[in-house]
Each structure stands twice: as C-alpha cells, then as structure tokens.
Write a new protein. Structure first.
Lengths: 195, 169
C-alpha cells in the first residue's frame, strides 16, 4: 500500500462517525456560555450558594435511604419515585461509596467514582447489538438531562446481568456549572458492581 | 442575529462530522468527544462574530474541544492504554454516516497510534489543515508535526497493508 492509497483509505472514514447534535441544541448551550460571560455577578452569587451548600453538607449525614422520598442532602440525593424509578442528583463530589451503597441497596448494581476515573475492573455490558442499539438500551435504563448532574435510573429496564458505572469528575463541568455525569452500561460483577 | 445564526448553522452543518471525527480520534471515546465538540461549537456560537472571521474556524473548534478536554484525555491516556474500539467504530450507517460504517480495521490501527500521532493524522488528513495550521492547533513545532505524521503513516502502513492484502474487499 503506497501513501496515496493509505491516505485515501483513511479519508474514506471521514464523516462515518456522524455528529447528531441538532444545531438548536448547540445554540442553546451557546446562549448559556454567553450568559455566563455577561453576568459575572451571577458567578459570584453561585459561588456564595456553593459555599452555603458546602457549609450545609458539613452538618448533614453523607448517606441516606432511597426509601425516603425526597430526602435531600447537600452532596447527593437518591429518591425513589412512585413508578419505581430512582432519581439521583449530585451536587458535591463527596462520599461516592455512600452513593454506591445506596444504589446497590435499592437494587441497582452500580460502581460509582467521583475522581473521573472509571473502575477499571468493570467490563462493558456484552450486548450483541450495534453501538446505536446499546446506546438505546442505556437510554431506556437511564433518562434525564443528558450529561447533567441529575439522572433517573429505571432498575426494571436493566438487562439481566447488567449494572451501571457512574463516574463524575470535578473537572468536567457543564456550561451552567453542573457536573457532567458519565454513565456506562456494564456487566455486573463482584469487583465492579458488588454482585 | 438571523444572519449570524444562518452562517453559524451552515458552518456547523459543513464541518461538524469532521470536527467530531478529529476529536474522537484524540480521545478515543465517541461520547466524550461529542460532549467536547458540543461545548466547543457552543463557544464558537457565543463568539461567532470573532470565530466566524477566523481563517480556519473548524480548527478553532477542534482546538477548543481539545483544550476543554485536555485533562480528561490525559487521564484517559494514563488509564486506558488502548481506547475502546467499540466506543467509536461500531456505528451503523443508518445513523447518518456517509458510505457505511467505519472500517474497524482502520479505526483499530488509528487508535493504536500514540495520541499525538492520532491528532496530527486527524488534523492533517481529516480536517485538511496544513502543517503550520496543525502545529498551531496542537501548540507544537511544524517539524514535530511532520515527524509525527511520518511515524504515524509508517505505523499505519505496517498495520494495514498485510490485513488489506488478506482481505482485498
């Protein structure tokens, strides 16, 4: 294979990983970027709010039962909904083990890290479908604002032997300052999801 | 405002796939790349008056995306020696890809390259930047770009030639 053939073969791949974010969504996110730039006072207010939240978090317990609907902590909240789904909100990256325990106790085999580093023991769920199908499957298990600091887990939609890997990093913030929560469908195992 | 939106939308439609592919090759994870590119395009929209006049606005987007995710891909580089091919290669054409899904053999060969070589290949071959533009985006010397490209092409040729001879289709 000469250089031209190689370059042609490589360039044929261009465009085969399509970006499917609608431009309207980009523009909405762009507006948030603009708003953040234009309102430095808001940033100060948010900083004060964050400081207040941290102060509250120091006096609240770091874990709770998911069976207490609406129970709220400064660090994170797990609330079971009437339809059996579980709403998770993350405000501070504290006590990932507590969140992991809470989710597991609520029937969600989960691995939770707040370092941005994934539990390397976890293996992707061995689905036979395409990435698009696997993405669709994950979309049925986890809904809510994509990439945001709140998500809704539907335990009944978890495939047999499946679990969730949830990892968040303090360095990955959305335009509005929310944490970017990454979720991956994994194979449940003792080293990953505890069972 | 309306004109600005139209121009941006046109620019977005024209370059979004190339930008995503370039960043995918850098970070080795489609979801992460898409989030970074989304953010970069959002910043481009927010500064479109300036970015729209940039000599290579697509390069601006890629550079912004790479800068936004630099700590993320550094961490990933330390943790995961080989990116998960399934996260970038297993994508059906029905989702809008051009001319079928990516060739897993080629993608695997690309993802086996060191990150910097992947970035250079992506910027030079997929985003069509010249050596100077690639050097500017990556913050390295033009000679380094050429060295990385030379090594990458040699590695890819070595990786792909036997396989493609065995499977001429």
């Amino acid at each position: 294979m000469n250089d031209n053939e190689l370059i042609t073969a490589l360039r044929e791949q261009r465009g085969k990983v399509p970006m499917d974010t609608p431009v309207e969504q980009i523009i909405r996110r762009g507006r948030a970027v603009r708003a953040r730039r234009r309102l430095p006072g808001v940033a100060g207010a948010l900083g004060a709010a964050a400081a207040a939240a941290f102060a509250v978090s120091m006096v609240l317990p770091a874990s709770h039962s998911a069976s207490e609907p609406g129970a709220q902590l400064a660090a994170w909240t797990v609330a079971r909904q009437a339809d059996g789904s579980i709403q998770v909100s993350i405000r501070e990256l504290r006590d990932p083990a507590g969140l992991q325990r809470t989710l597991r106790a609520d029937g969600v085999p989960a691995s939770v890290t707040f370092t941005g580093q994934q539990n390397l023991v976890c293996q992707g769920y061995p689905g036979s479908g395409s990435q698009s199908q696997r993405r669709q499957l994950l979309g049925s298990v986890v809904t809510g604002p994509a990439g945001r600091d709140a998500l809704v887990i539907h335990p009944s939609a978890l495939p047999s032997g499946g679990g969730l890997q949830i990892y968040v990093s303090s360095q990955n913030r959305g335009p509005d300052g929310s944490f970017q929560v990454a979720v991956r469908l994994v194979q449940a195992s003792p080293g990953c999801t505890g069972s | 405002m309306g004109t600005q939106r139209l121009d941006f939308a046109e620019f977005y439609r024209e370059v979004k796939d190339e930008c995503l592919f370039t960043v995918v090759l850098s970070v080795g994870d489609r979801d992460t790349a898409q989030d970074l590119v989304d953010e970069a395009f959002a910043r481009a929209w927010a500064s479109w008056r300036t970015v729209g006049r940039h000599p290579a606005p697509a390069a601006w987007v890629v550079r912004t995306a790479l800068n936004a995710g630099i700590s993320r891909w550094r961490r990933r580089r330390r943790e995961v020696a080989v990116p998960d091919l399934a996260l970038v290669a297993d994508r059906p054409a029905a989702d809008g890809g051009v001319g079928g899904p990516v060739d897993p053999t080629i993608m695997a060969a690309l993802l086996r390259l060191p990150v910097r070589q992947r970035q250079v290949v992506a910027l030079r071959l997929f985003l069509d930047l010249d050596t100077a533009g690639t050097a500017q985006v990556l913050g390295i010397a033009p000679g380094t770009v050429q060295a990385h490209l030379g090594r990458a092409m040699a590695a890819l040729r070595y990786d792909l030639t036997p396989t493609r001879q065995e499977n001429p289709s």
